[in-house]
Design a protein around this ligand. Structure first.
Ligand SMILES: [Zn+2]
Length: 229
């Protein structure tokens, strides 16, 4: 097998599994014994399929804590517009697993967002083109706000409008609407800036970004205030 033999990729994956079995698994044996009998994640983490996003690495969470749902563009079709994997995963997470948080995490340099701006690139990919129609409203909003040439900051703006749009779609799902009515769930939008290693929390009301430290401070104050009542 030569260096460029494509089977090297598979070999690399299999060697990784061996390493997991020999080194990682023994270290976390107790955790995996517990996980063998069920899962009780508190968070549904919806993000893009992009290979650069590693939800557990990004949030420093062990296996079993995040119920992860991924697709191109971290899209959640509004309820009733597309019954498929996304709708059923949300319903399962909220009704069966009773998650108390749903995060929608978009990211920098998202190919899906670029494709919204350059739809001609999607001609050989009719399925992707059709899927991205669920993000079209975010494109329209960004278009209305951005004059001419689209730069990286405008891709960020489009990604953020898309996250806000998908949060709005999420609220149309009956399971989510019911959990919100019971105050049993928190929804939050995140934007992950890959080259800076930073996450921004989107405030849906002000449509502004918060840094993670600002979000932590605000949340700690809210928790302290509610414990005083
Ligand atoms: Zn993406």
């Amino acid at each position: 097998m030569t260096e460029k033999d494509p089977r090297n990729t598979l070999l690399d994956l299999l060697r990784g599994v061996s390493l997991f079995k020999e080194e990682v698994f023994p270290e976390k044996k107790e955790l995996f014994s517990k996980l063998a009998y069920g899962q009780s994640p508190k968070t549904l983490f919806i993000t893009c399929a992009d290979s650069r996003i590693s939800p557990e690495l990004l949030t420093h969470q062990p296996p079993g804590n995040l119920f992860v749902l991924r697709n191109i563009g971290n899209i959640v079709p509004a309820y009733g517009t597309s019954f498929g994997g996304v709708t059923s995963a949300i319903e399962y997470a909220v009704v069966a697993l009773k998650v108390s948080h749903i995060i929608i995490c978009g990211h920098s340099d998202c190919g899906a967002m670029s494709a919204l701006i350059h739809p001609e690139k999607l001609d050989p990919m009719p399925a992707v083109k059709s899927w991205l129609r669920f993000a079209e409203t975010a494109h329209a909003v960004t278009d209305a706000l951005v004059a001419t040439d689209i730069g990286p900051e405008d891709i960020q703006s489009l990604s953020e409008h898309n996250i806000l749009l998908q949060l709005a779609h999420l609220r149309t799902h009956p399971s989510v609407a019911a959990a919100l009515a019971r105050n049993a769930i928190i929804l939050q939008g995140w934007y992950y800036d890959i080259p800076r290693g930073k996450v921004y929390i989107l405030d849906e009301k002000t449509r502004q970004d918060m840094t993670v430290s600002e979000a932590i401070t605000k949340l700690e104050a809210d928790i302290a205030a509610s414990s005083e009542v």
